[in-house]
Write a protein that binds this ligand. Structure first.
Ligand code: ADP
Ligand code: MG
Length: 564
């Protein structure tokens, strides 16, 4: 099948094309170019497996709207989804797509909100009902919703609906839906239960997999930090401080943990709040509203509460604790790296959880990179340069000029350098204070060595051969001396090479993790066993100290500066 790369070729009407153009959709995503033409010209049932963030809503939404008979007031389309947030999101998306179609009525119905209002809404007519299963069933029982005339039934995030225990409700609804309908099922994964639903209620569905099943989004990079169990929260704070522009969902295991972490973050002065099932609908709306407005930088949430949150430009997804089920990790990390943007998924783990990382790697078919937890100095450097950037970019308004005489008078005797120090300290002292006593959260290598020695007896000889081996190999590869590096830069040699499948981007990421920005990184030369990266004089020593002993890809790093 050729891939259609232009919305114009999909066969949609001008009204829809105009609306999506206004939304900034330039090219169809792979799910859209696969699914839309099929929905427009064929009429079989389809099970579509695609990871989160791939544009499934428009994939089923656009053809559905295309075929809607607006003059017929009966409900023609039923969309089922797992949560109220998702319900409203789908409704909003469809409303956006149908901006230029007159008279389309889309009604969302979900639990946790007054049923009377929904009954009234439905009474005014609904071409499309977007519903959570429990509430819909309730409304059908009360004769407020009528699905007997639907032509299309869409199960969105079917796996999640089943995860949330909607099995009985789904069975009840599906068995009541009219025979002649078309059924579409969307899911990120295909567990047994979803397969059962597909086999029992769909007509010989065609299973379409778009992208790699279960695979993490290609735009997402996966990192982990390994710390002691007690340092989990401290590590989260370091991550937040190290990323002054953070806009993240922090996933926790339980409601209690979610609340605890959010409370602690608030107490420590972060713009963070909790989202979980113990909150009332009004509270949840309030928190979501703040997060969408970016008045919150970190949303601490449970998996269930975070379903359907549609925020596109998350900088990070943070696994404060890894989920029990690997599938949930896919869902979580799929919340970042959406619509072609780069995403970062971070897991904070303790020493015993490395196995979990390996299991996730096997499923998502991607490797995690271990990063050293940023230390005091790098965090302070990052914060400082962030602050300086903010100051540089601030808009100077005319009003300030009327105050300049007073300002000049008060600061007249203060040399510029002093003034800069004072202004920066004013903003920055709290970081300096906090990090003055900050310890290294990384699990020291010594501890691991001791453990190793305990684990295996008589390994002295082994390690000796090992280091000889390394030395020998290095010598053999010595022919790869680096060329000249940039002026003001020095070569840092690191014991990673092509053999470890590193590419220059990995080096940039490693440096970034050490707090060293792209500007301080020069040429990179990769050989088989090791590589050279040119670093600004001023940061090279620091990079060496950060990298020595850290691990990367199950390998302990050693770094040394090549003196010219
Ligand atoms: P999924 O249901 O597969 O998780 P969504 O349908 O929620 O994904 O889409 C994810 C995000 O990508 C949404 O914010 C949506 O507006 C955006 N999006 C969808 N299709 C396109 C496109 N063709 N171009 C740009 N953005 C898109
Ligand atoms: Mg979706």
């Amino acid at each position: 099948m050729t891939m259609i790369s232009d919305f114009l070729e999909l066969g949609l009407s001008t009204e829809l094309l105009n609306a999506i153009a206004e939304l900034g959709f330039e090219k169809p995503t792979p799910v859209q170019s696969t699914i839309i033409p099929r929905l427009l010209v064929e009429d079989g049932d389809i099970v579509c497996l695609a990871q989160t963030g791939t544009g499934k809503t428009a994939a089923f939404g656009l053809p559905t709207l295309e075929y809607l008979d607006i003059n017929n007031t009966a409900t023609q389309v039923l969309i089922l989804c797992p949560t109220r947030e998702l319900c409203r999101q789908i409704c909003q998306d469809l409303t956006n797509y149908s901006k230029y179609l007159e008279g389309v009525k889309i009604v969302p119905v979900y639990g946790g909100a007054g049923i009377q209002g929904q009954i009234k809404e439905l009474g005014r007519g609904a071409h499309i009902i977007v519903a959570t299963p429990g509430r819909l069933l309730d409304l059908i029982k009360r004769d407020a919703a009528d699905i007997s005339g639907i032509r299309t039934l869409i199960l969105d995030e079917a796996d999640e609906m089943l995860n949330m225990g909607f099995k009985d409700e789904l069975d009840a609804i599906l068995s009541q839906a009219p025979e002649g309908r078309r059924s579409l099922l969307f899911s990120a994964t295909l567990p047994k239960e979803v397969e059962r639903i597909a086999m029992s209620y769909m007509k010989k569905p065609d299973i379409v997999t778009v992208g790699q099943r279960n695979a993490g989004s290609d735009n997402v990079e996966h990192f982990y930090y390994m710390v002691r169990e007690d340092d989990r929260y401290a590590a989260l704070k370091r991550i937040a401080d190290y990323n002054p522009d953070i806009y993240a969902i922090v996933f926790c295991k339980t409601r209690e943990e979610t609340q605890k972490v959010a409370d602690a973050l608030q107490k420590d002065g972060y713009d963070a709040d909790a989202l979980h099932g113990d909150l009332s609908q009004a509270q949840r709306d309030h928190v979501m509203g703040k997060f969408k407005r970016r008045a919150l930088h970190m949303l601490v949430a449970t998996d269930v509460a975070a379903r359907g949150i549609d925020v596109n430009d998350l900088t990070h997804v943070i696994n404060y604790n890894l989920p029990q089920e690997i599938e949930l990790y896919t869902h979580r990390s799929g919340r970042t790296g959406r619509a072609d943007k780069k995403g970062v998924s971070i897991a904070i783990i303790n020493q015993k959880e490395k196995g979990k990382i390996r299991r996730i790697e096997a499923v998502i078919k991607k490797e995690f990179t271990r990063l050293p937890v940023p230390g005091a100095r790098e965090i302070c450097e990052r914060q400082l340069s962030h602050l300086i950037n903010e100051i540089n970019n601030v808009e100077v308004r005319d009003d300030i000029y009327t105050f300049m005489p007073t300002i000049n008078e008060m600061w007249d005797s203060l040399p510029k350098e002093e003034l800069v120090k004072k202004i920066l300290s004013y903003e920055f002292n709290r970081f300096l204070d906090y990090y003055r006593k900050a310890k290294d959260l990384n699990i020291p290598e010594k501890e691991k060595k001791e453990k190793k020695a305990k684990d295996a007896s008589g390994n002295k000889k082994n390690s000796a051969t090992e280091s000889n081996e390394t030395a020998r190999k290095d010598k053999k590869a010595r022919d790869g001396n680096p060329g000249e590096c940039e002026k003001g830069f020095v070569w840092l040699r690191i014991n990673l090479g092509y053999k470890n499948k590193v590419i220059p981007r990995d080096i940039i990421s490693i440096m970034k993790a050490c707090g060293i920005g792209k500007k301080s990184v020069g040429k990179i030369e990769i050989f088989n066993e090791f590589l050279y990266v040119a670093l600004k004089d001023s940061v090279a020593g620091y990079a060496r100290s950060q990298l020595n002993g850290a691990s990367y890809d199950r390998r302990r790093l050693s770094a040394s500066i090549i003196e010219k």
